[in-house]
Design a protein around this ligand. Structure first.
Ligand code: NAD
Length: 477
């Protein structure tokens, strides 16, 4: 016997489930638990379980939304992100005390404009005597997206556009230190979705943001895919969950400058890329390796640039004590994402906010070279020649396969370095952010899955390939 379920019946079931759930913001009914300040944002639920259930209810509705309407929803999300780019950037800096408002605005605009939408989803058709076979992109369902403090709104906007364009709904688990900003971004996008005729709660979150909540969500039976953007611990946790997980992890991008590079242009590009949002992007230049024939010229170009402080090596121990943790195994968190002038002030060097970075020569084993600092402090290592430069860069990138940059006019050197370092993002003769599609060709992504191999994620990454075959009832001629 075939059971026909009408749209009106599905809608009635959905209404019933929503009434039982009740979203934390009160829009859909009662609030079952006491709520923190996040409660007033659209899509925030009292518990992780309620958030996941609401995302499933939204998914059932979203399945019946046409592709044309899905495109309109994505367009509305882009417009809302552009309209609120400044407000979100300001809120992020206020909440996290990290980064630069002007750079965060650019990041928000970049993801709003250059994150691909529905158009990137391929459909392959095979037609012949045996009929028609389609291969199409189906959604995973409900995705858990764990997001970082370093890009608290750009990652939310980028993930939301990519995941919704692919037909999914999303449970966000933002970093606790940027929860308010990330939920504000989610709220703005949810409002845009609804204004374009989409269902409520395509994007949801639990009212509490902690590592424990993120862990609980990873093991929730109704989460269909985990996407983590952050350091090694969160990616490890996702990969241990036993579910399909996409891991966008930490990097330590080296920039290699060889004898054939234009030192003035290289210095300018390195300063721009390294200091963008105070060095918090995972793709930003984290250490410079320069060949002996160009090292003096590069250092002179840094000095002449005027917007960086080239520190006398005699001051290095003071700087180390300030910006490294006690074990010298990573940054002192207090200085992550701070303006260079804040760090310089501690050294008794006066500077204003136009000062973009502190540059200092060090050896290749120095912590400034070996560890991702995420602050505008840049170590420069001199090497004998190109071959030693490649070897050093590969060593300090440490197999993360994240990002690398080269400045050279020798095309052989560019290919040789690219093959040797084998990173997910490789930029030649430009600031690192060109690899994010900012001043470089191609789309953008703020979830760069080098660890699990998906690369610059897009809507396509968040789909399953589904084959649909019709035999006999269709003829090619
Ligand atoms: P983080 O690893 O401290 O936190 C990232 C997210 O993971 C947060 O939401 C946090 O709450 C959660 N988390 C952390 N440990 C967890 C655990 N054990 N279980 C469950 N959840 C956990 O990173 P961050 O400081 O927010 O961001 C900076 C890091 O992220 C840097 O290492 C940077 O390179 C990396 N990053 C990578 C990409 C990429 O696309 N590859 C993009 C941005 C940032």
């Amino acid at each position: 016997m075939t059971v026909q379920i009408q749209d009106s019946q599905i809608e009635a079931i959905i209404q019933q489930v929503m009434a039982q759930l009740g979203s934390a913001n009160g829009a859909n009914g009662r609030s079952p638990s006491p709520l923190p300040r996040a409660a007033h944002y659209r899509g925030v639920f009292a518990t992780p379980d309620e958030a996941v259930k609401a995302a499933h209810v939204a998914l059932a509705r979203f399945r019946r939304v046409s592709l044309t309407q899905r495109k309109a929803i994505i367009q509305a999300m882009r417009e809302a992100a552009i309209e609120n780019a400044q407000k979100l950037a300001q809120t992020a800096v206020q909440e996290t005390h990290m980064g630069r408002v002007s750079d965060k605005v650019l990041k928000n605009l970049l993801v709003a404009e250059k994150t691909p939408g529905v158009e990137i989803l391929p459909n392959d058709a095979y037609v012949g005597d045996d009929g028609l076979t389609l291969e199409e992109c189906a959604p995973f369902g409900v995705i858990l997206a764990v997001t970082p403090v370093t890009n608290p709104t750009a990652t939310v906007i980028n993930n939301a556009i990519s995941m919704v364009a692919a037909g999914n709904t999303v449970v966000f688990a933002p970093h606790p230190a940027s929860q308010n900003t990330s939920l504000m971004a989610m709220d703005i996008l949810n409002e845009a979705i609804e204004s374009a005729g989409g269902p409520p709660n395509l994007l949801v979150a639990a009212a509490e943001a902690t590592i424990e909540v993120a862990g609980e969500l990873m093991h929730h039976p109704q989460i269909n895919l985990i996407v983590t953007t952050g350091g090694p611990a969160v990616v490890d946790a996702a990969l241990r969950s036993g579910k399909r997980a996409i891991g966008a992890a930490a990097g330590n991008p080296p920039v290699l400058v060889d004898d054939t590079a234009d030192p003035v242009k290289a210095a300018r590009d390195i300063i721009l890329g390294h200091s963008f949002d105070n060095n918090m992007p995972c793709t930003s230049e984290k250490e410079v390796i320069v060949t002996a024939g160009n090292a003096d010229a590069l250092m002179a170009a840094f000095r002449a640039a005027g917007n960086v402080c080239v520190l006398d090596p005699s001051r290095l121990p003071e700087l180390e004590r300030l910006v490294l943790n006690e074990k010298r195994s990573g940054p002192n968190r207090q200085y992550i994402g701070q303006n260079a002038c804040v760090i310089l002030a501690e050294l008794g060097i006066a500077a204003d906010e136009e000062m973009r970075a502190i540059i200092v020569e060090v050896g290749k084993d120095h912590p400034f070279v070996r560890h991702e600092l995420m602050m505008p402090v840049l170590g420069v290592v001199r090497v004998r020649d190109f071959e030693e430069g490649v070897e050093t860069a590969v060593e300090v990138e440490a197999g993360l396969r994240h990002s690398a940059i080269i400045h050279s006019s020798n095309i052989y050197h560019m290919s040789e370095f690219g093959r040797a370092i084998n990173t997910t993002v490789f930029v030649k003769n430009a600031p690192s952010y060109a690899g994010l599609g900012f001043g470089g060709e191609g789309h953008t992504s703020f979830t760069i899955a080098g660890r699990t191999g998906e690369g610059m994620t897009t809507a396509r990454t968040f789909t399953r390939i589904r084959r649909c075959t019709l035999v006999g009832a269709f003829s090619a001629v």
